[in-house]
Design a protein around this ligand. Structure first.
Ligand code: XUL
Ligand code: CO
Length: 437
């Protein structure tokens, strides 16, 4: 036991003042015909929860994540597995996500790293069988090691490119072995710092080639899940190629990868791109590519990826509105989030997940209420009513020409008023549902 003083976290309702209880996440509660736990397949991010100790640009770790073992050893890797499964069980989290180097220390020689990956995945598999906890997605860390300073798929070095291929191949093997539902590409260093040394077309073609080879290999070993691109506009690179959902979707279509890939949308990445979280979810959903979510939030006062636990219920509500409208996710909600550096105790890890799970549960409850209330949806329906009949219906049905529309306009007399957008009224509707008492 690593978290001796922490009990199993139970639902106690909004009136509870018990810090170690859910106030809104009630796994079995039925919302729009389905239990909450099915709407909200939560996942633990191995890297933040079990590896990161709070080191930042100005100071070292504040949290002890040694779990009683010496960091950098396989004993430590196993202790993290034990701690992680105890953590997930206590919170009722059904999934986890991992990078290759989160689960083992990377060795000098990739053959040794791969041997360690085989060993740890055997160990994880036993824990999965004992607990019923599953793998949501796996990925390869192709950004931390200095060899990837110029990118992985986008690197200028063919040798580094091959090394990236080797890591992807092994990460896919392990993801399939653990029954992962998805495989993620976050283009950590796939981008550029200056065009003075960069051939953008060449680099993008090479990224696509690597993804194509990954799909071919993945399918050959029985991977039936989705590949995901996780868009992010900047950090670490000044300009990252997968800037946002629209850019990544265009890239996938250009290179014929759109049948095998969907989006993994991260809230803080969307806001760094100058969008709302909801915007990137909507763009993914209308293109049939809303796959999975990295559930976190950023800070509008800071210009970098702060990976905070979700607290903003407006954002979680509008996220769940998009997810409900899209008919759910094929993936899940991975808390790609870390406790603030001064929240350094192991108990804080539980407070953080309770906050995140409750914020999404409340978002789900409120999004369902907004949909059931119907005022927002009926307003949008009515707003486009001029396309239901007459000339509008002809436009929608591709039954007209520019000449016909011009003739119609010339004979129309004065242009009809398009109707108020009623934003303030609609925002008031949202508030009246969110803060009903
Ligand atoms: C980095 C980030 C990654 C990906 C997985 O901003 O979000 O942790 O989720 O590589
Ligand atoms: Co992420």
């Amino acid at each position: 036991m690593y978290f001796e003083n922490i009990p199993t976290i139970k639902y106690e309702g909004p009136e509870s003042t018990n810090p170690l209880a859910f106030k809104f996440y009630d796994a079995e509660k039925i919302i729009m015909g389905k239990p909450m736990k099915e709407h909200l397949p939560f996942a633990m991010a191995w890297w933040h929860n079990l590896c990161a100790g709070g080191t930042d640009m100005f100071g070292r770790d504040t949290t002890d994540k040694s779990f009683g073992a010496v960091p950098g050893t396989m004993e430590h890797a196993k202790a993290k597995v034990d701690a992680g499964f105890e953590f997930m069980q206590k919170l009722g989290i059904p999934y986890f996500c991992f990078h290759d180097v989160d689960i083992v220390p990377e060795a000098e020689d990739i053959k040794e790293t791969n041997r360690r990956l085989d060993e740890i995945s055997d160990y994880i598999l036993v824990k999965m069988q004992e607990t019923g906890i599953k793998c949501l997605w796996g990925t390869a860390n192709m950004f931390g090691n200095p060899r990837f300073m110029n990118g992985a798929g986008s690197t200028n070095s063919a040798d580094v490119y091959c090394f990236a291929a080797a890591q992807i191949k092994k990460a896919l093997d392990i993801t399939v072995k653990l029954g992962g539902k998805g495989y993620v590409f976050w283009g950590g260093r796939e981008g550029y710092e200056t065009l003075l040394n960069t051939d953008v077309k060449f680099e993008q073609e090479n990224i696509a080639k690597l993804m194509k080879m990954a799909v071919t290999y993945g399918r050959s070993i029985g991977f039936e899940g989705d590949f995901y691109i996780e868009p992010k506009p900047k950090e670490p690179m000044k300009h990252q190629y997968d800037f946002d959902a629209a850019t990544a979707i265009g890239f996938l279509r250009q290179y014929g990868l759109d049948k095998d890939f969907k989006m993994n949308i991260e809230a803080n990445h969307a806001t760094l791109a100058g969008h709302t979280f909801q915007h990137d979810l909507r763009i993914s959903a209308i293109n049939g590519m809303l796959g999975s979510i990295d559930a976190n939030q950023g800070d509008y006062l800071l210009g970098w990826d702060t990976d905070e636990f979700p607290f903003n219920v407006y954002e979680t509500t509008m996220c769940m509105y998009e997810v409900l409208k899209a008919g759910g996710l094929t993936g899940g909600f991975n808390f790609d989030a870390k406790t603030r550096r001064p929240s350094y105790t192991h108990e804080d890890m539980f407070h953080a997940y309770i906050l995140g799970m409750d914020a999404f549960a409340l978002g789900l409850i409120k999004a369902a209420e907004i949909i059931e209330d119907g005022r927002i949806d009926s307003f949008i329906e009515e707003r486009y009513a001029s396309y239901k009949e007459g000339i509008g219906a002809k436009i929608r049905n591709d039954e007209t020409t520019l000449e016909e529309l011009a003739a119609y306009a010339e004979n129309m007399g004065s242009v009809a008023h398009p109707g108020s957008g009623r934003q303030e009224y609609l925002e008031g509707v949202v508030n009246s549902i969110l803060f009903r008492y």
